[in-house]
Every structure is written in C-alpha cells, then in structure tokens.
Design a binder for this molecule. Structure first.
Ligand code: MF3
Ligand code: CO
Ligand code: CO
Length: 256
C-alpha cells in the first residue's frame, strides 16, 4: 500500500472535487425519459469541463477479462454496481439509479458514487437510500488515525442492520489514489470493532456501502460481464466517498 503525503492528498482532493461536481450535475439530470447513455455523455463533458479525465474509461480491473468502456457505472434498480450505460436504457419514474465514477487529474484519482431516485419513488426506496448514505457517514466518522478498519466496517454494518436492511458482503471498498483499486487496503462493509488493519496517516481509500432492500445476495447477470445484480431482484443502493486519514481526522476528498 502507498501512503500519500499531504500534497498528494491535496491533489486527490482536486480530482475529488471534479468527481463530486460531475455527480451533482448527473443528479440534476436524472429525469424520466433520459437514457443512461445520455448521463454517460453528460459525465464525460462535465469531467472534461473540470479538467479531469474519466479514469474508468479503458480501465482494466483484475476481476475482468476486458477493459471497461465507459466513464461511469450506472446501475438501475436490481443492479447494485457496475451497470454499463446504454442508449436503450430509458429511465422512468420511480427507478433507483446508482451513479459511480472516478476522476483523474494529473494521475491523481478519486472515486465516488451516489444513488438517486427518478421522481419521488417508493417509501422503501427512499429509506434504503437514506440508510445507505447514513451508513457511509457512520463509517467515515470512524476513519481516525490509530483506529482499525473493523471500526469502519462494523459502524457501517450496524447502522444498516439496525434499520432492517443488509449489507452485501462480497463487495468492499478499496485503496485508491494512483490507481482505481490499490492493493493492500480492503474496506468491508461488515466486521468487528478493533479488528483488521490499523489506520495510518496518509492512507486513502473508498468507503462504499452496498445495501439491498431484500436479501443481500448478489449474482452476475447472465451474458453481462459487468453488472452485479441482487439475487432476489430487490433494489440496491450504493454510496461512496474517497477518504484520507489525516492527523485532523477523516478528510472526505470527494465532497463539493
Ligand atoms: N468505481 C467502482 C468502485 O467503486 C469501480 C468500477 S470498476 C469498473 O470500485 F471496472 F467497473 F470500471
Ligand atoms: Co466507485
Ligand atoms: Co470504489
């Protein structure tokens, strides 16, 4: 794992701001009738406008046979993560839409995601989103020097389960900064306080709870090398920030 200096963390925060501004624009663009490919195009334009390169475009993760071909992952309803944008996927009222992207400014990367509802959505969907976002906040609060990774993981898990939902266990947050997925840091969304990696100044990683409204089981969609969907067809939610461990506490690098 590569610890980052304060200056490097500042550079990541520049990328993080571009990523956050792009998500904000996407959030405002989500209306009935728009396609997920339209959102992809807006993301590319907005990242460019903010001086950032889309780090996912052409990114070849270890877990895949082929590189990814888009700037965004857009995951609708039962898709939890890694949905690919498509001109054929037209959003409609009540859809639950995960928006995930990584910005690269001068080789410094920041990864962030939100989930939004088209229109008002069901009460259950609204609750799923607010619980997942709140879980992310609870996790971030534990990202303190000298704490353990399990403090973050268990805080996320507890908040989710206390609200009657379940975390997906097969997917975790990860180290980030010079690469999209950096070796050596794994951020599970479940665990025990006091267990796991000790958090050091200069660690930079994503915390990204993934939560489902039904049973928290996942599968790959047949014929799709990317999309991860819920087993029972229930909707999924995903919120993500890139965070740095600093002497002053957790620093969210993907806030506006
Ligand atoms: N942004 C995703 C994450 O949070 C990574 C997408 S990897 C890709 O980990 F291969 F789908 F592009
Ligand atoms: Co992401
Ligand atoms: Co991530």
């Amino acid at each position: 794992m590569r610890l980052k200096t304060e200056i490097e963390i500042d550079s990541m925060a520049v990328a993080g701001r571009s990523a956050a501004m792009t998500l904000k624009r996407l959030r405002e663009s989500v209306v009935p009738g728009i396609s997920t490919m339209d959102l992809e195009e807006i993301a590319r334009e907005e990242l460019h406008r903010h001086g950032a390169r889309p780090a996912l475009l052409g990114y070849h993760p270890r877990f895949s046979k082929v590189p990814y071909e888009f700037a965004t992952c857009i995951s609708v309803n039962d898709e939890v993560i890694h949905g690919q944008p498509s001109p054929k996927q037209i959003l409609k009222d009540g859809d639950v839409v995960g928006l995930d992207l990584v910005a690269d400014v001068d080789g410094w990367l920041a990864d962030t995601a939100i989930t939004v509802i088209v229109g008002k959505g069901s009460l259950k969907a609204q609750r799923l989103l607010s619980v997942t976002q709140e879980a992310l906040r609870h996790g971030i609060a534990k990202a303190q020097v000298g704490a353990k990774m399990g403090d973050i993981s268990s805080a996320v898990q507890r908040l989710v389960e206390r609200n009657g939902f379940g975390v997906i266990r097969e997917l975790s947050g990860h180290g980030v900064g010079c690469e999209v997925h950096e070796e050596g840091i794994d951020v599970p969304n479940y665990g025990f306080p006091g267990k796991g990696l000790t958090l050091l100044v200069g660690m930079t990683f994503c915390i990204e709870p993934m939560v489902t409204a039904g049973a928290p089981g996942i599968k790959h969609r047949p014929g799709d090398p990317w999309a991860v969907v819920t087993r029972d067809g229930s909707i999924g939610a995903h919120f993500e920030h890139t965070v740095a461990i600093t002497e002053q506490g957790p620093r969210i690098l993907t806030a506006i």
